[in-house]
Design a protein around this ligand. Structure first.
Ligand SMILES: NC(=O)c1ccc[n+]([C@@H]2O[C@H](COP(=O)([O-])OP(=O)(O)OC[C@H]3O[C@@H](n4cnc5c(N)ncnc54)[C@H](OP(=O)(O)O)[C@@H]3O)[C@@H](O)[C@H]2O)c1
Length: 329
């Protein structure tokens, strides 16, 4: 079968499409015909060897894998061949076939395309956990989203609106601001041109922002904390800007606000029942049309280098998804 293989850690040139033997089916596992694979900033960090998880090379990257089950191990009774599923494969997704644990499978509604499914779980799951459990965002509150057209950012705009918040989107280009508005943002500004605090005060009538969702970090973070409302919650999501910010701790003291960490992967392991309830709520929001996954779709395994360029070059809009097999299945 054809698969993307990372030979050694280093620049993207260390990855190539190769002909390799299909993976062996193991007890408790299923085989998928892969249709689409979601690729986010954490995946880009992982193949660069800069993530907390560093699989032994050579290996095939690809975690969020949408496809059709073609074979199940004899001890698997929870799913049958022909099922459309999303697998959290960990690795191995960027290939024509993938073997994944039956426990990791999420059945897909017929109305969800393979591309939307491949971009769904990590981004919407992270944001739902962040806004609902960590920030306890309420209808009528204000929400600032940085990187608002990126993978997790766009989901924060949508879920914030679905909760009933007033959403202020910040991004680096006019095209990205338009995308955030199309997905529900009430107002938007370019944070590479405008001052964050001035725009927040204009949006909130000088109250400050109730909840800030920050997947970017860098020099923006301190400006955001300086823009928080009393009892505000600043969500630490990630550091796509490249620098982990150091926030002066007098700021949360003076603002009476909280800095709140979000680690979705650990939440899934530590709070499986809450995660299951979140997932149910997210599929209900999808079925009701309140969230509408937006993906940048790249056709063919060869285009994984383009996916890396898009993510590393600050050009992502929604989730980057690599289409492996033609047709929907
Ligand atoms: N805490 C968690 O559990 C969790 C879960 C998933 C992801 N994350 C983290 O969230 C962050 C975003 O992930 P993602 O998959 O949404 O990434 P993404 O699609 O690439 O979005 C990141 C956004 O960051 C902005 N950005 C600013 N400076 C950048 C730079 N130098 N390079 C790239 N982007 C830059 C870009 O928006 P503008 O151009 O508009 O500024 C971009 O759209 C990552 O740090 C990731 O590790 C955390």
């Amino acid at each position: 079968m054809r698969a993307v293989v990372l030979t050694t850690y280093g620049p993207p040139s260390q990855l190539s499409v190769q002909e390799i033997p299909p993976p062996q089916l193991k007890p408790g596992h299923v085989r998928l015909r892969v249709h689409a694979v979601g690729f986010g900033f954490p995946d880009a960090l992982m193949v660069a060897g800069k993530y907390q998880i560093k699989p032994e090379a050579p290996y095939t990257p690809g975690n969020e894998t949408a496809g059709v089950v073609t074979e199940v191990a004899p001890d698997v009774h929870s799913v049958k061949p022909g099922a459309r599923v999303l697998a959290m494969a960990g690795q191995g997704g960027l290939a024509e076939q993938c073997v994944a644990s039956a426990e990791s499978l999420i059945p897909l509604p017929d109305s969800m395309s393979m591309a939307a499914a491949a971009g769904f779980l990590v981004n919407y799951g992270t944001t739902y956990h962040a806004l609902v459990q960590r920030a306890q965002l309420k209808a009528g509150e204000t929400l600032l989203v940085l990187g608002a057209a990126g993978g997790v950012g766009l989901t924060a705009v949508e879920i914030g609106k679905a909760i009933g918040a007033r959403v202020l989107a910040a991004a680096s280009t006019d095209e990205k601001l338009e995308l955030a508005k199309r997905h529900g943002a009430d107002a938007a500004f370019n944070y590479t041109r405008d001052t964050i605090k001035a725009k927040v005060m204009e949006f909130t009538g000088d109250r400050g922002i109730d909840v800030a969702y920050d997947p970017v970090g860098a020099d923006y973070a301190e400006q955001v904390v300086r823009s928080m409302a009393w009892n505000g919650r600043y969500l630490v999501i990630g550091f796509a800007g490249g620098k982990i910010p150091a926030i002066p701790l007098n700021l949360p003291l003076l603002k009476g606000c909280s800095l709140v960490g979000v680690f979705w992967g650990a939440h899934v392991r530590r709070e499986p029942q809450v995660h299951a309830a979140n997932l149910k709520a997210l599929f209900a929001l999808f079925e009701s049309g309140k969230i509408n996954p937006y993906v940048t779709e790249l056709d063919g395994l060869e285009r994984f280098t383009e996916a890396l360029d898009v993510l590393n070059g600050r050009r992502s809009q929604g989730k980057v998804v690599i289409r492996v097999a033609a047709g929907e299945g």
